[in-house]
Design a protein around this ligand. Structure first.
Ligand code: IMP
Ligand code: MG
Length: 185
């Protein structure tokens, strides 16, 4: 285990088992349809790549990038860096994929943006769901795990851009928040 991690919430094995189950649900939901998996960068790239490889039906992939100006563990105002091309949105059935559904602001804003740009349907799929922090009324159509109100890293999730490459999900040691925030100040 990485020295900055206090405890592991989901091991690599548990994650892949969980994704296998959600991939089966998604496969049945989209069987026989034309559809596109839209992964929200950067956080969901690892989840999306493990998910699509467990879905045996045809699909397209596209990416959207968004970041919030918030520092550390607080999310701030959302900024959309780029969206898929118009022809990858208009008239498409989209499965919007993110690493975590927290306040719901990211998913809510991007879902509306895709619908405004002519998507036929937008469903949501998240790796982690943190319902205790929700500010907007939004439930994921598919989710792998629910988590408590605790800041987690790994498997795509970062703190100050770090720890995305950990193959498991864990909670940071409290001292690490202070150390990194001090380094960045
Ligand atoms: P929302 O817009 O508040 O739902 O937040 C979604 C984004 O906040 C995610 O895509 C993550 O980048 C980030 N986020 C929220 N909670 C956590 C966490 O526990 N660890 C790491 N990133 C998080
Ligand atoms: Mg993030």
């Amino acid at each position: 285990m990485h020295q900055d991690i206090d405890h592991v919430l989901f091991s690599e094995e548990a994650i892949l088992d969980g994704i296998e189950a959600v991939a089966a649900e998604v496969t049945e939901a989209y069987r026989g349809q034309e559809w596109t998996v839209v992964s929200i960068l950067k956080g969901s790239c690892i989840f999306a790549s493990d998910l699509v490889r467990r879905i045996p039906i045809p699909l397209q992939m596209a990416f959207v990038a968004a970041h919030s100006y918030g520092k550390g563990t607080q999310s701030g105002e959302l900024h959309v860096d780029f969206l898929p091309n118009g022809d990858e949105i208009e008239g498409c059935n989209i499965l919007l994929v993110d690493d975590i559904l927290d306040t719901g602001r990211t998913m809510h804003a991007l879902k509306n943006e895709l619908l405004d740009r002519g998507a036929t349907q937008v469903k949501t799929c998240v790796f982690l769901d943190k319902p205790s922090r929700r500010e907007l009324h939004l439930e994921p159509d598919f989710r792998v795990f629910e988590v408590q109100n605790e800041f987690v890293v790994g498997y795509g999730l970062d703190f100050a851009g770090r720890y995305r490459n950990l193959p498991y999900v864990g909670a940071l040691k409290p001292a690490v928040f202070e150390r990194i925030e001090g380094e960045e100040a």
